[in-house]
Design a protein around this ligand. Structure first.
Ligand SMILES: *Cc1c(COP(=O)(O)O)cnc(C)c1O
Length: 469
């Protein structure tokens, strides 16, 4: 039975639980504490015939998940590349839920459509990307890659007189993908989803910084006259390498190739005066992906596909049926997105950008880079630790050495994993491991607006404690 009191009770209770959870970030362990069995046992209630009162459902949920929610919102969470949520973005995300717009077309949610239009303009300006580019607000970089590669596939085959939307890929000229050898796995999956086939990826050799050289790209471009998509990277995962776009993009353009960039977190360097030059020339590429749920600190799920050739983007995505009124002058998201029904993802991004402002976004990126570098240096200087990679952005790698006499690299690998596990188990900070150059390392990544100088000091002290044993 619809009931105003129930709405108020459930929403108010959720707000109380939410605030208690946020207030507890400082003192709760960053890692989860509940075991898999415990989670299954608590959440695995029978689905009853009679429903449960809304407030009770919320209270039970909060009690059942205790210890099973990872503290990735904490300022001392440095694993993967995750990011937290700035207050206005979390609040706008709640309103997005309550308004429950179907942001597939303008007619189903006019404000949701316009907010994406406005936010797209802000983002292109912030990143210094072409004003004529079109933007799809998708779930994350994974789907942004897929959207961009769909547009790229359209364009490189259109140039050979092939209409891939009508004719499909069977019998089409074969496309090859020249991609940075140290790319993120989501690129390969997008290649698979777009029917391009992972066997058609030609890896481009990288230098010590994880970057493709003009020589490597030049040789690969010359090797074939097939339709070509080049995939470059702004922000490699371990040392945040940036491909030299200024040199590479014009080479690809001259060869008739489409250049796509994975900028999941690195594209945000463009929003700062300090780090902007790392991505010099990136505006000469053809499509760019990034995440709002990482560096902008917007709740999941929030990725962006930005495409210079708006006509190719639209041709790859558009859909019209008689029961959907076309937007006319208005923007229908269905023309730019792979989804049909969809969440109104623009609201939280709009809110975060307004809350932070240009200066706030730049400061967020700049200070997390300083903190990442301080963590790498601080932890790397501890007895038994060693710096493996630093970067001028927000990533870095350290390794822990076994004190055993005559210890081998394999012993150091084991020691590294052991130290990471011990730090995580301490609840004081949270890191992940990675195999880099054949050796186990601890990855340090900072992109949460909550991280402070004090968090950095507390984390270095916690690692020192673990190393002392
Ligand atoms: C996180 C990440 C991705 C994947 O993005 P999702 O938002 O998780 O889909 C791709 N590339 C890089 C460099 C990333 O950091």
């Amino acid at each position: 039975m619809p009931n105003e009191t129930t709405d108020h009770a459930a929403m108010t209770r959720a707000a109380e639980h939410a605030l208690a959870w946020l207030d507890g970030l400082e003192n709760r362990p960053v890692a989860t504490t509940a075991t898999l069995d415990e989670m299954r046992r608590r959440l695995g209630r029978p689905l009853t015939d009679r429903g449960v009162e809304a407030v009770q459902v919320i209270d039970d949920l909060v009690a059942d998940v205790a210890g099973g929610i990872l503290g990735s919102q904490s300022g001392r969470f440095f694993a993967w590349v995750i990011g937290g949520g700035v207050p206005s973005a979390m609040a706008a995300d709640w309103l997005t839920t309550v308004w429950d717009q179907n942001a597939g077309i303008h007619a189903c949610g006019p404000a949701a459509s316009v907010v994406e239009e406005v936010t797209a303009g802000w983002l292109k300006d912030l990143f210094g990307l072409p004003t004529e580019a079109s933007v799809g607000f998708v779930t994350g970089t994974q789907m942004a890659h897929s959207t961009c590669l769909a547009a790229a596939r359209h364009a490189v085959l259109r140039d050979r007189g092939w209409d891939v939307e009508r004719q499909g890929l069977v019998g089409s000229p074969a496309i090859r993908i020249l991609a940075n050898a140290e790319r993120h796995g989501s690129v390969d999956r997008a290649v698979r989803l777009m029917g391009l086939g992972s066997d058609n990826i030609v890896p481009l050799a990288t230098d010590d910084g994880g970057c493709v050289s003009p020589d490597a790209l030049g040789a690969a471009l010359r090797a074939s006259s097939q339709p070509t998509i080049v995939v470059l990277q702004a922000g490699e995962l371990n040392r945040a390498g940036f491909d030299p776009f200024e040199a590479l993009a014009p080479m690809a353009r001259a060869a008739g190739a489409w250049t796509h960039v994975d900028g999941a977190f690195g594209l945000w360097a463009r929003a700062t005066a300090t780090h902007r030059d790392l991505a010099r020339g990136i505006e000469h590429c053809d499509s760019w992906t990034t995440d709002a749920h990482k560096y902008l600190n917007v709740p999941y799920d929030s990725g962006l596909a930005i495409i210079r050739d708006a006509a190719a983007h639209r041709a790859a995505m558009t859909l019209s049926t008689s029961y959907l009124p076309a937007g006319g002058a208005a923007r229908d998201q269905i023309d730019w997105n792979p989804e049909f029904s969809r969440r109104a993802r623009g609201f939280p991004i709009y809110a975060a950008l307004r809350e932070l402002g240009r200066d706030g976004v730049a400061d967020l990126v700049d200070r997390t880079c300083r903190f990442a570098q301080a963590l790498v240096a601080g932890i790397g200087a501890l007895p038994g630790a060693k710096v493996v990679a630093t970067s001028s952005l927000n990533q870095g790698l350290v390794r822990f050495l076994s004190p055993a006499p005559g210890a081998s690299e394999a012993d150091h690998d084991a020691r590294t994993d052991e130290v990471i596990a011990a730090i995580d188990a301490s609840g004081e900070a949270y890191f992940g491991g990675v195999t880099f150059g054949g050796r186990r390392c601890m990855r340090i990544s900072v992109c949460n607006w909550r991280t402070t100088e004090a968090d950095v000091a507390r984390t270095v002290a916690a690692v020192a404690g673990v190393l002392r044993g």
